[in-house]
Design a protein around this ligand. Sequence first.
Ligand code: SF4
Ligand code: SF4
Length: 193
Amino acid sequence: MPILREYRVLAAKIRQEYVEMAQVFSEYQQATGLHCPKSCARCCSNPDIEATPLEMLPMVMDLLDSNKLTSEFIEAIDQSPLCFAYSMDQNNPLMGQCLQYKNRPSICRMFGVAGYKLKDGSPSVSVCKTLKENYPEEYLKLKNEANNAPLMVKWSTKIRVLDPDLGFKYYQINQAFKLMAQKVMLLNEYEQT
Ligand code: SF4
Ligand code: SF4
């Protein structure tokens, strides 16, 4: 069984990759001219966002270190189908903020504009609904230059390979968090006895 110290080292490696990933995708999105509207959080209001337990490790470790990773915290996660880190605007469910922005998983760093390969291997680009609606001309142009887009699979795989067991399978984001949190809590309990 890995000891908590090894998880800390792993979390630090993931954070390093996250910084680079955010920079690459953010710079690309800026260059396309498809800017997210202020306070838009439509992507966070989707209950089907998925992540691997591994991707949630940096968040879990920070919560552990700030003494917030309690059984009550874990139980409260099931009270909403939406991501537990989403603080929704009371007047508009599509607006709000991420309470775990620094440690958000891969998908949350690639929501806006990202590249992927079609079945025949040709490049395509995934653009969120809001950006498509707000920038129809830029979106069409982008589709013709899809080979410039950073690939989702390449960047998410850079994280997944850091621990193929924890990074293999995707779960709904709250479930992925809980799986990782429960492992870490158990190890923490074990190391303190
Ligand atoms: S982790 Fe943050 S960015 Fe990702 S879905 Fe949850 S609230 Fe949104
Ligand atoms: S990626 Fe799309 S849905 Fe998410 S904040 Fe930007 S514009 Fe809004």
